[in-house]
Design a binder for this molecule. Sequence first.
Ligand code: FES
Length: 553
Amino acid sequence: MAEPDRPFSFRGRSMAARDGETLLAALSRDRLPLLRRSLQYHRPQGPFCGIGHCAGCLVRVNGRPNVRACRHELGPGDVISTENAWPSPDWDLLGAIGILAPRGVDSLHGLRRPAFATPLYQRLVRRLAGTGEPPTEEAARAIAAPALERAAEVVIVGGGDAGRAVATALAARGVRPLVLERTLRSTPIVGADFVPATTAVFLPPPSEAGDPRFTLLAFREPGQGMRVTARSVVLATGGYDSSLLFRGNDRPGVLSADAALSLTSDSRRPPFRRAVLVGGGARAAEVLERCGNDVEAVVAPGEIRPAVVGAANELAIPLYPRSLLLGVRGRRRVRSVQLKSRGGGASTTIGCDAVILAHRRVPHAQLFFQAGASMEWRSDPGAYAPKVRPDGVTSVPGLYAAGSVAGLAARDLAGHAQGIADAIGGNGSSNAPTFAPLLDERPNELLGYYRELLRTRGHGRWTACACVDVLVSEVEKAVRSGYRGIEVIKRYTSLGTGICQGRYCLPDALLVLSLLEDRPPFEVGYITQRPPVVPTPLAALASLPSPSAEVVP
Ligand code: FES
C-alpha cells in the first residue's frame, strides 16, 4: 500500500493521507477517533456506520460544516476542524449537561418557568441547538455546480452486485440504463451510464394522470443537484447493519459491521486490536474472515451459527451465545463490555477497544415508502420491505426491487436480474400486480432479547436515538402517558427526526414499542419518509431548475 503523501490539517495538526483515502480512513489508522459531541447531552461520539448515514463523523472541512468524514476524499491541503464541542471533542464543557441531568433534560416541558425567563431560555437553546456553523462564502462557492438533468428509459439506484447484474441484463437487451451509485469510487458497468458518488434522495410516485414517468432527485458529492426522469426505476439499495440498545451504544469505538468492513477494505489494518463482535450469523462470519485476528470475543443475542463457531474456533476466539449486551465502559472510548447470559446468568466483563455490531441487517427501503409501494413487515430481520414478486415487480407500475432490499437472496443473481429485465421489457401495463396480503407474524428473535433487557436496572438512561439524544426513559414515559404508535412517539419525543432519518433508532424502537404497547411490531406502524431521505446540501437542491424545464435525453 502506498505511503500517505497528501498533507492535510486536522484540528491544527499536520497529517497525511493516501491518494483516494477518505478522511475517516486517514483518521482511523491506529484507533477510531472521537470526532464530536452529541446534540443535547454532549456525549462523546465517533464514527458508527462508515457508509454516510449516521451523525458520528460530521466535521468542518475548509469552512464547510457537517461534512461526513467517511464520505470525504481528502484533497491536498484540506483544513479540518471539529464541531459542537468546546474547547474540543475530548474535553467539552457542555458535557456537564449530561452529568448534571443524568435522567435527561425534559425538552418538551422544561425551561418554562418562571415565565418571564422564557425569552432568555429560548435564546440560550437556539444558541446551543443545531450542528455546526454556517459555511464561509468561499466554502459555499466551492461546492456550487450546475445541476444535472438526465432522462433515461431505466434508472437503477445502487451499483452493487444486484444493480450491476440488472444493468448487465438490460444492456444485453439493448437498453442502456442509468446507474446511480453512492460509493465514491467504483468500476463503471459496460453498456450502462454510470454515475458514482451519487445519492438518490427523493422518489415520489409518478403522477396518476398523463405522464407515467418517475422523477427522481439525487445529489452528487459534494453538492451537485441531479434530476432524473425515467420510465422505470429499479431500486437495488441493499441493506445496512443496524444498531442495538445498550448503555453507551454511541460511544466512540462502537461501530457497525458496515464500518468495520469499509475501514478494512484494500487490506487496510483495522483501527482496533481487541474488538468484541456482536452477532452469530452470516454478517458476523464476514467480519471474522476480514479481521478475525483483531477480534477478542464473539457475543450473540441468540444462537451462533456453525460457520461462525468454526471460524472463531480456528482463531481461538471465545464465544458467548445467548447473551445480553448490557453496556460498554470507558468515558471517551470503549474500554470494555459488560455481558450477562440470557435467562439470568452471571455477568462478565470483557476488555476491548471496539464493539462491532453484525447481528442484524435491515433493508434500505426508504425510497419504496416514498414511491408509495406496498410494504410488508418481515419478522427476520424485523423491518419493513417492499412487497415484491420474484421478478422484482412491486405494487407500483414501473418500480422494481432488486437484490437484498427486496429480501431476494443473491444465490442466483444473474437469473434474478434476467427476470427483472424481462419484466421491464414487458412493462407498459398500468395494472398494478396483486399481492397476497402477507404479514409475517412470527416473533422477531430480538423481541425476547429486549423483553429481558428492558428489565435491567438503569436502562432508562440508555440512548434510544443517538442523533437527537432521546433516552429510553423518554420513550417509556410517552407510552405511559398514552401516546401510541411510532409516528406519534416520534412527534412527542423527536426520536427518528435526526440526521440518520431514523435508520439507526427505528429498527429497535419498533421492537421496544411493540413490547411496551403489547402488540405486534407491524401494528406500531412506521414514520413518514419525507424527502430528502439522506441530508442533502441546500446548494444541490437550490441549483435544480424548475420541474417544467426541458430534459435532455
Ligand atoms: S460514520 Fe460517517 S456518516 Fe456514519
